[in-house]
Design a protein around this ligand. Structure first.
Ligand code: URA
Length: 429
């Protein structure tokens, strides 16, 4: 067997055998197969696709490329994973709610890359919070307080890490076999035996349509079944950002407010939908509506917020920042945004607020990374007072830009004015 033959086979739209997929993954992880050969094979997969058996073989080969976490001593661990979004602070809200219901949450989250944010960056904006724990500390935390949220400290699915980096630079990201195997390999290696997937679609997601998102979701569910992991999914629109804030500290503040009961409708819907399935998979309730009510109860009685504080304290974070979010450092320049056309204030109903454009703008401000090594600025971002479907009157502040650099703040204000589209005869849409 050699890699040229495997590339040629997929180039000619033939199915790959398990041993060929294993040969590729093992060889590439060890550095015996070159990046240019891996790129050619990935492009052939992107163009010609894979069937379910091939995708499962690819996923399991990636799982075997590195460490596997063994969470069996924790019992039924239900994990949650999103395919990516802008303003997505769901884990920060959902995980404490679920843990407050007595269901163990042992979750490894990622950092933001490109214009989508990552939970670990958000958690690290809480002073002192330690995302870098050993496997045993992680497990002990869950045993002690029922929840731990950490970064990927172990060498989980290193093949995915290498392939993901290649895909990012070869325009092969938006491929169902490649996304499904990438996500499921990490989840299987992270030790959960049940998974709820949040599969996003729209301008701010990898899948642009609901049909494609459904196909991706069903593919991941099938891989889960074949790997003996019970998998459920929820489809979430990501045409505009989720919630009101985009940016790390800003999103932590929004999450704390949500746990106090001040939760934006779209965030609430996603949190309740995902959570109701997590509770079901954990064997704590088959009726999804009852499950949602249990979650709401623990928001309104304060138990979920208490669990977040316990989590922060237990991972060395300064809990006084959660108790009083005014303590978080503010960006140096906070500029209001008022919509104008030809210098005149305009009014109307917001018809579009593209999530990808907002995501790119937040990266421009310093809230995200273009390259893995980039340093983020925790306090910068965008606060969206107005979203799609809402009315804007003349002179009303639709958003605020939070920036640490005056010039960037001014540019961002102008950019944001163009991202907001209004339906009104006074403005071009
Ligand atoms: N998230 C992942 O982990 N991998 C992908 O390919 C896409 C989203």
């Amino acid at each position: 067997m050699n890699i040229q033959e495997i590339i040629a086979k997929k180039r000619d739209n033939k199915k790959l055998l398990k041993k060929e997929i294993d040969f590729f993954i093992q060889g590439y992880t060890k550095g015996e197969i070159a990046d240019y050969q891996a790129s050619a094979l990935i492009m052939a997969i992107y163009i010609n696709g894979m069937d379910e058996k091939e995708i499962t073989d690819l996923t399991l080969a990636m799982v075997e490329s590195g460490d596997k976490l063994n969470l069996s001593e924790l019992g039924n661990v239900v994990d949650k994973h999103s395919t990516g979004g802008v303003g997505d602070k769901v884990t920060l809200i959902l995980a404490p709610i679920i843990a407050s219901l007595g269901i163990p949450v042992a979750k490894m989250s990622g950092r933001g890359l490109g214009y989508t944010g990552g939970t670990i960056d958000k958690l690290e904006s809480i002073p002192g919070y330690n995302t870098n724990l050993s496997e045993q500390e992680f497990i002990n935390n869950v045993k002690k307080i029922g929840i731990s949220l950490i970064g990927q400290t172990l060498n989980l699915a290193p093949a995915d890490k290498k392939i993901y980096a290649l895909r990012d630079t070869t325009s092969t990201t938006e491929s169902i076999p490649l996304i499904a195997s990438s996500i499921m390999s990490k989840k299987i290696a992270a030790g959960a035996n049940k998974i709820v997937l949040d599969v996003t679609y729209g301008s701010g997601a990898f899948m642009k349509t609901k049909e494609k998102a459904t196909e991706l979701a069903n593919t991941m569910k099938k891989i889960g079944e074949l790997a003996k992991i019970e998998t459920a999914y929820v489809l979430t629109p990501m045409d505009e950002p989720l919630g009101r804030n985009v940016g790390n500290t800003l999103e932590v503040i929004e999450a704390v407010e949500a746990l106090k009961g001040n939760i934006a409708d779209d965030v609430k819907e996603v949190v309740l939908e995902l959570g109701s399935y997590m509770i079901k998979l954990a064997g704590k309730g088959n009726n999804l509506e009852n499950n949602k009510n249990m979650m709401l109860d623990n928001i309104y009685n304060g138990k979920a917020l208490e669990k977040l504080k316990e989590l922060v304290k237990n991972q060395n974070g300064d809990v006084t920042f959660i108790e009083n979010t005014d303590k978080f450092k503010k960006a140096e320049f906070i500029y209001p945004v008022i919509l104008t056309k030809d210098g005149k204030e305009v009014e109307g109903i917001i018809s579009e607020l593209r999530a990808d454009e907002i995501g790119k703008l937040s990266v421009f401000l310093g809230a995200g990374r273009i390259k893995k090594e980039d340093k983020i600025e925790e306090e910068v971002g965008i606060q969206l007072n107005k979203k799609v479907g809402e009315r804007v009157n003349k002179g009303e502040v639709v958003a605020c830009i939070h920036a640490n650099n005056k010039e960037k703040a001014e540019i961002a204000v102008e950019k944001l004015k163009n991202i907001y589209k209004l339906v009104d005869k006074n403005i071009n849409t």
